[in-house]
Design a protein around this ligand. Structure first.
Ligand code: HEM
Length: 415
């Protein structure tokens, strides 16, 4: 760092350990964008792992920051409900989007069952060759030796193609999916949308586009894509238009942002840990254990939120009925009591699947195996081609307290 420059990481560390705990609002999006949120979670885990924030932009909320406590909340859907929203942000009364991730049983279970076959072992096996072929087409076109943006050229393109395949979506229009995914989680401050209203208008275009596809699929034989599955199943065939849109957004964001940011995060992690990159080159057989380590290290969704249906004691604190409870996966994944040396990126960790990034309980990620497969294929194919892909500038991170990801990552392929 140049003399006189402000070290934002040191300042954040000082602030994190000095701020009175009753004034700490861990949810500030700027801290996620500039990657200075880590010491604040460190402090909470050490001093007040179940923490009440009385005032925030999103109202009062509890933060649960230790691995074991997050498991307690995530696996108790009888007390911790998903109805009413699964992120810290409050639902907009005038733009409600029901989706099964934000429902409790029995409706949640019935709708989840409809789309689950998309990731059956049989379907995954079929998808593997498609993903591999498309990944190679993308890699064929990369400008070796030149600087380019890994996020747009590789991560977004790959996951968008995957999503278009899952929906059997018109290929030439597939970047609409990327846009709708970004819009669905954007706030006006992010610069992605101009206003809430403009964002909603775009999502209504998404609804109209997908309604055409629904009408085509419902009048055809049942197919193997997500729209056809929903159009032909009892639990979903009579959804209201906003519920259809809600479930689409769930599948678009679920399948897109998360995997995209893991593809980018993995490359960044390997560059920040050259010994691990070397180990990977020496032992490509480590890819299957590296993939869950990437997903832990990245934690693409920082948190999930629940609402308490009854009073509940957790580490001596009383969570009251009606309270908003945030399970900070990003913190639980760095909990030294659950994971050895949690801040280190270690591609041959024992038990690499021991992480919270996919959640637990009845809402555990539907697409986890698909996401892992995609990452595995990416690294298998990249290692065959090039010795190293070098990160040549600072990543630009997303302004969000929910999606932990990247807007840009400049890289250069070293042949
Ligand atoms: C690395 C990639 C991914 C990560 C980190 C991730 C993370 C998550 C998390 C944290 C949850 C909520 C878990 C809970 O509340 O306990 C979830 C649910 C979900 N994910 Fe993923 N996801 C990823 C990839 C995918 C993919 C590729 C798909 C689509 C095919 C997908 C579809 C879903 C769906 C539909 C749900 C809702 C499940 C339910 O409510 O029952 N996800 N995911």
């Amino acid at each position: 760092m140049a003399d006189g420059a402000v070290d934002i990481h040191k300042n954040a560390r000082d602030e994190a350990w000095a701020i009175p705990l009753d004034q700490l609002d861990i949810s500030l999006a700027e801290r996620f964008q500039n990657n200075t949120f880590w010491p604040f979670f460190e402090r909470l885990r050490a001093e007040e792992p179940v923490h009440w924030c009385a005032e925030s932009e999103h109202g009062p909320y509890w933060s649960v920051t230790k691995y074991a406590d997050i498991m307690t909340v995530d696996t108790n859907h009888g007390v911790f409900s998903s109805e009413g929203g699964i992120t810290i942000a409050n639902e907009r009364e005038d733009f409600k989007l029901p989706m099964f991730i934000a429902m409790d049983p029995p409706k949640h279970d019935a709708q989840r069952k409809v789309v689950s076959p998309i990731v059956s072992p049989h379907n995954l096996a079929k998808l593997e060759s498609v993903i591999r072929e498309r990944a190679n087409q993308i890699f064929d076109a990369l400008p070796v030796g030149e600087t380019f943006d890994w996020v747009d050229t590789v991560s977004i393109e790959l996951t968008t193609q995957m999503l278009a395949t899952l929906f059997d979506f018109p290929w030439e229009d597939r970047r609409k999916l990327t846009r709708w995914s970004d819009v669905a989680t954007a706030t006006p401050e992010s610069g992605i949308i101009e206003s809430e209203e403009a964002g909603q208008a775009e999502l209504m275009e998404c609804a109209a586009y997908f309604t055409d596809l629904w009408n085509q699929r419902v009048n055809s034989e049942p197919g193997n894509d997500l729209i056809s599955m929903m159009a032909h199943a009892d639990a979903t065939r009579n959804m209201e238009p906003m519920e259809y849109l809600g479930n689409l957004i769930l599948l678009i964001v679920g399948g897109n942002d998360t995997t995209r940011n893991s593809i980018t995060g993995g490359l960044l992690a390997l560059n920040e840990n050259p010994d691990q990159y070397q180990k990977l080159r020496d032992h490509p057989s480590l890819i299957p254990s590296m993939v869950p380590e990437i997903i832990r290290w990245q934690t693409p969704l920082t948190h999930m939120r629940r609402t308490a249906l009854a009073d509940f004691e957790l580490r001596g604190k009383t969570i009251r009925k009606g309270d908003k409870v945030l399970m900070w996966y990003v913190s639980g994944n760095r909990d030294e009591e659950a994971i050895d040396n949690p801040n280190a990126f270690i591609i041959d960790r024992p038990r690499p699947r021991q992480h919270l990034s996919f959640g637990f309980g009845i809402h555990r990620c539907v697409g986890n195996r698909l996401a892992e497969m995609q990452l595995r294929i990416v690294w298998e194919e990249l290692l065959k081609r090039w010795r190293r892909i070098e990160v040549v500038g600072e990543p630009k991170r997303v302004l969000s307290n929910f999606v932990k990801g990247y807007e840009h990552l400049p890289v250069r392929i070293v042949g």
